[in-house]
Design a protein around this ligand. Structure first.
Ligand SMILES: C[S@@+](CC[C@H](N)C(=O)[O-])C[C@H]1O[C@@H](n2cnc3c(N)ncnc32)[C@H](O)[C@@H]1O
Length: 265
């Protein structure tokens, strides 16, 4: 897809998101189990990897309304934070939080990012999948790799095609009619797309939780719940129960994967 049409889709989608959700944690993601798991993944992995908080820096690319940055500020009061987003209204919302020691700017990860500086940590939270061509995703991964300091880290929560095939196979077996599909403002990644990170000196490492942490949750919400819920029924108690009853990270059914990479020194 050319970036002209892609940009239009993204701008129109996030105009609605900005207007409807403002500073809410529900902005860009209704499922708060997933949102909280993402935040825990970033926080717990930072706790593992941070060496000297007050001299280190973190850049959230595609920061949206800066909900994640505000959670990080609450736990890491001296870490230097930066956030950037493509959408002007989301940038305005993010800036309106006036997070201490945190620069918010409007930008585009498809373009060279070197003017932002070099960072100990770069994060993306479902933002690379907002680039609607493989070439743009490739450019973004290259640009991201270049602004990570040697020995620094890239942490992401992004969606992938391989687990989608698994969940759709499982749905078919249960005679569930519709496939799980990416929405029109997303292009989900494939494992092979991560080669570009390797080419730029990034190596995958273990994070504080497994990449497939959300797999059980996706099985509950996209399979069990779909089979069990009677017409007009309400799913929240059912989902809460099984989220607590079953261990996380069973199988590979979550398109959203949590991954961590270190840049060679
Ligand atoms: C799914 S949202 C996630 C936002 C935020 N991380 C959150 O969880 O609410 C993806 C974000 O990527 C931003 N984005 C899309 N294309 C971008 C680009 N080329 N450069 C920077 N950000 C971009 C969107 O504006 C949007 O805020």
């Amino acid at each position: 897809m050319s970036s002209g049409i892609g940009d239009q889709i993204i701008i129109e989608h996030y105009n609605k998101v900005a207007e409807r959700f403002g500073l809410s944690p529900q902005s860009t993601l209704g499922d708060q189990y997933i949102r909280n798991a993402e935040i825990s993944f970033f926080i717990d992995t930072l706790k593992l990897l941070l060496k000297d908080e007050s001299s280190q820096s973190l850049f959230d690319i595609g920061c949206g309304n800066a909900h994640l940055l505000s959670c990080l500020r609450a736990l890491f009061p001296t870490l230097k934070l930066s956030g950037m987003d493509f959408h002007p209204e989301l940038v305005k919302l993010a800036a309106s939080r006036e997070i201490d020691n945190c620069t918010i700017s409007q930008g585009d990860m498809r373009k060279d990012l070197s003017s932002y500086g070099q960072f100990d940590f770069v994060l993306t939270e479902r933002s690379v999948i907002n680039l609607l061509s493989i070439e743009e995703q490739y450019s973004a991964f290259t640009n991201i790799s270049k602004i990570i300091k040697p020995g620094g880290y890239y942490l992401f929560s992004e969606s992938f095609e391989e687990p989608r095939a698994n969940i759709n196979r499982a749905r078919k077996q249960m005679k569930l009619a519709q496939d799980v599909n990416p929405s029109k403002h997303n292009l989900w990644l494939r494992e092979e797309d991560l080669e570009v990170l390797k080419e730029n000196g990034l190596r995958e490492i273990e994070a504080a939780c497994k990449p497939n942490h959300l797999s059980t949750h996706f099985y509950i919400t996209r399979i069990l719940h779909s089979i069990a819920l009677p017409k007009g029924g309400e799913a929240s108690e059912f989902q809460n129960f099984f989220n607590l009853a079953l261990p996380a990270a069973i199988g590979n059914y979550s398109p959203i994967l949590f991954r961590a990479f270190v840049k060679s020194k």
